[in-house]
Each structure stands twice: as C-alpha cells, then as structure tokens.
Design a protein around this ligand. Structure first.
Ligand code: SF4
Length: 202
C-alpha cells in the first residue's frame, strides 16, 4: 500500500476531496480492495488525515473555475470528518459558487450518534447515498457496517431527512445487483421521495 497526501484529485472534470480513510463499512465491492487509487488518481491512502489548513492549502493551488463540481468522496467516508467537511464547504463558498456534492454511505447519524442531515444545509448542493441493496439483510451482507443490522434503516432515515436540507438527494446502486434488486431499490427511492441512479460498476 502506497501512502500519499492526495487531498484533491480530478475525475471527469470534477474536483474530488479525500478527507479520510476511515469508514464504518467494509463493502465487498470497495475500490480500496482493488488498489491504491481511483480512475487513475495517485494513491488515496493518506499518510495522515489532512487538517483543515492542509485542505485549504490544497484548494489554494487550484483554479475552481476549471471544474464543474467539487465532490467529497475519497478513500473513506467523508462524514466521519463532518466538522472539517463543513468548514471546507464554508471556505469553498467564500471563493466560488461551484456546486458541492457529497458521496456518502449515509451512516452519518450512526457515526455521530445524532441526526446530522440538517448540518449540511446551505453547504451541500447534492448528496449521493449508496443504497446498495433492497433489504436490511442484503445491505448488511454487502456493506458489512460496524453498526450492524440497524444501518439500513438509519441510512434511509438520513436520506429522507436530507431532502429537507439538500436540493438534490440521490440513492444509488451498482448495475451488478440484478434486475429484481434494481427495481426494488427504485421503489424504495420513490417511496422516500428522492432521486435514483443505477451506476455502472467499474
Ligand atoms: S462505504 Fe465506501 S469507502 Fe466505505 S467500505 Fe464501502 S465503498 Fe469503501
């Protein structure tokens, strides 16, 4: 495993932010099991979690007008560093009106032991939440979260609440879960009133 301080990296015109390698899940399909980076990026394994100052320093070297979007994603769950994430959003908002997206496993409430969706209001324009499976049992088998079986319902609760604070909320699945599961997941997204996306598994 190669460790580097890749805090920002570009994929398809988006500027991605790598705040942490911590994650309460251990998904069977996690990119981290396949290598050190994503889509040709440098290693996303961090030598240490970047401080707010280090993240801002990395942004200072970028020209945000070059990018279509900033995306919190990386090699870990961004909401494990919620406070820093929000401070980084404040910095971005002070510099640019670029759109800001959060890619998350949706377990922020369990990570922090309290509802967190409202904290994103005004900072995040879009959230993409990995739904992964249509039932709590299947979700547990695929994502293997440390919080256990309650994770699925907590993730859906977060998604539902996020609608009130974030303009666009999307539940997503990968296209390898099978047609029946894809349709069941579509129904879940419809029922809680959020967008739905089937992603190509890479
Ligand atoms: S939630 Fe994301 S970072 Fe965490 S194990 Fe799953 S795929 Fe990997």
């Amino acid at each position: 495993m190669i460790k580097k301080m890749t805090i920002l990296y570009e994929i398809h015109g988006g500027l991605y932010v790598n705040l942490t390698n911590k994650c309460p899940c251990n998904c069977t399909f996690c990119l981290r099991q396949e290598g050190d980076g994503a889509h040709g990026s440098d290693s996303l394994w961090l030598e240490h979690e970047p401080s707010l100052e280090e993240v801002i320093e990395a942004f200072e070297e970028e020209n945000l007008s070059k990018y279509k979007e900033v995306i919190f994603c990386g090699y870990g769950e961004p909401t494990t560093r919620l406070e820093t994430l929000i401070e980084v959003c404040k910095y971005i908002r002070s510099k640019s009106d670029i759109k800001i997206r959060l890619n998350t496993n949706g377990l922020g409430d369990l990570i922090h032991g309290k509802p967190v969706a409202h904290l994103l209001k005004g900072y995040i324009d879009a959230i993409s939440i990995s739904l992964n499976a249509p039932t709590a049992e299947e979700y547990l088998a695929v994502t293997r979260p440390k919080f256990g079986i309650e994770s699925f319902d907590a993730m859906l609760k977060f998604a539902s609440e996020a609608k009130d604070y974030v303009p666009k909320v999307t539940l997503s699945v990968v296209d390898t879960i099978g047609e029946e599961a894809i349709e069941k997941c579509r129904k879940i997204a419809e029922d809680i009133g959020v967008s739905y996306r089937v992603r190509e598994y890479v």
